[in-house]
Design a protein. Structure first.
Length: 94
């Protein structure tokens, strides 16, 4: 299955809150802290509250930020892959 059409969702074990316009996340098991400033990263994090494909994320970002898949697609795919590598999101089952 192409990763673009694979469903991703937030890892429910990650504690998340909004502080001063930033999304702050804590992986209690590993003792890591992460933050996303308001903007595209925070929007992607919000979208990942429900099972979502990278293609769906790209579509939402393009609409919200008036851009094209050609301009943002690779960056969004890389960002979701980075979130997955850090275990902040996981592959969702349909």
């Amino acid at each position: 299955m192409s990763q673009l059409n694979q469903l991703f969702i937030r890892n429910s074990d990650i504690l998340t809150t909004n502080m001063d316009g930033e999304v702050v996340m804590m992986d209690v098991d590993q003792g890591f802290y992460f933050s996303l400033s308001s903007g595209v990263g925070a929007t992607i994090w919000s979208v990942l509250e429900k099972p979502t494909t990278i293609v769906q994320i790209i579509t939402k970002i393009c609409k919200k930020y008036d851009t094209t898949p050609e301009d943002c697609g690779d960056d969004i795919e890389g960002f979701v892959q980075e979130l997955h590598a850090k275990q902040l999101v996981k592959v969702a089952t349909a």
